[in-house]
Design a binder for this molecule. Sequence first.
Ligand code: 4AD
Ligand code: MG
Length: 460
Amino acid sequence: MEKRIKEILALRPSEDTIKAEGWVRTKRDSKNVSFIEINDGSCLKGLQAVLDRSAFPDDLVARITTGCSVSVTGRIVKSEGGSQDIELRAESVEIIGECPADYPLQKKRHTVEFLREKAYLRPRTNLFGAITRVRNTMAYAVHSFFQENGFVYVNTPLISASDCEGAGAQFQVTTLDLENVPKTPDGKVDYSKDFFGKLANLTVSGQLEGETYALAMKDIYTFGPTFRAENSNTTRHLAEFWMIEPEMAFCTLEGDMDCAEKFLKYIFKAVLDKNGEDMAFFSKFVLPGVIENLEHVVSSPFEHMTYTEAVKILEKNNDRFEFPVKWGVEIQSEHERYLTEEVAKRPVIVTDYPKEIKAFYMKMNDDGKTVRAMDVLAPRLGEIIGGSEREYRYDVLLDRMKELGLDPAAYWWYLDLRKYGSVPHAGFGLGFERAVRYVTGVENIRDVIPYPRYVKSCEY
Ligand code: 4AD
Ligand code: MG
């Protein structure tokens, strides 16, 4: 393999001939020399290659344009000018793929909205290169954290016949002819004629299946795509996003919260350790202070409060909220931000929410009103993690499902799990893009996933 630009930039001047391959970001011509900056995505910085004009034909130099791909061989020399220590004195230059003048990424700052429309080219910009490298570091850190702690990676299905969150925001999977849908005698859709012989959807969460593996392997995690047909046009919601869901058997909410805090700190620290150059870029161009912010999160203990305590604090400040708070209502993003940014000045774990606003599978508290839920809220963002201790008592779970009008027959295996060697267990879900957004300081979640899917948008 030829050296990447990142590796070349670490070289010292020498007599050795090396080859640099990449895409031209900029070219500057002077009378005697041309400077081209070559980038290959391996790091933020490009390699400056210097072409002695007398050594190369004019028409070749003219064909080197922003966006073209080149292979340049030469020697590393000390750089005379500017911001770099070394540069490549070109001995031969090959243009691999030319790039005409209608190339959309010309040398200027483009808006993220413009770049979203050019999503197939945006990884060639500084911003999206940096986001992509940070996302990669975080994905690797997710696996490292759980592997180092003895968790088993489990792949749960993407097509599912059960609705984990019971919220109905699912995408249906069907091979039925929508122009000519088969019907049962009483006029309903005849799913027995569909591919799976029943109604199937894209999964909203791997949790339910993950629980079955935790109750065999003790500690497991999933890391895969999830799909939600929520009609939320916000900077925090995607229709397709990646979720990390650990599930731990013989574990209660305390262990769950402890794991969530350690996990978040671990993946944030990995970025601080490995992506210094990219983080400096975000701090300069995206969100000033983002590095100190992250360092603060990594080094301070998360705040804990119950939903009831949180509501007491929020109620006192109801005049500043668009949606006033009282016990029983959902805590919205503005409230989450108030708790983290104004009250605690660090991440907050809120526990014991009213059962009415949480999913059916969460363990009921003795008060009969609240459940052992926990949300991790982060400054600037709001909810980053949602989790809970699970209801592991068969009868209590069955009653709860009936209360909510869920059909126990549809969840037969999930109920059976409580019949055969049930045990307290707990887990949580981290929205991967929310975490990447948080770390980079990038404003819109649509810019931290390569090809965002959201309402009325499925380009590429
Ligand atoms: O809070 P949620 O809905 O919890 C679950 O799905 C549980 N089954 C997790 C578990 O206990 N195993 O989603 C978990 C996280 C949220 O905190 C949020 O970070 C993210 O997933 N999330 C989204 N991210 C992007 N776009 C969306 N539409 C999201 N919905 C949830
Ligand atoms: Mg949630």
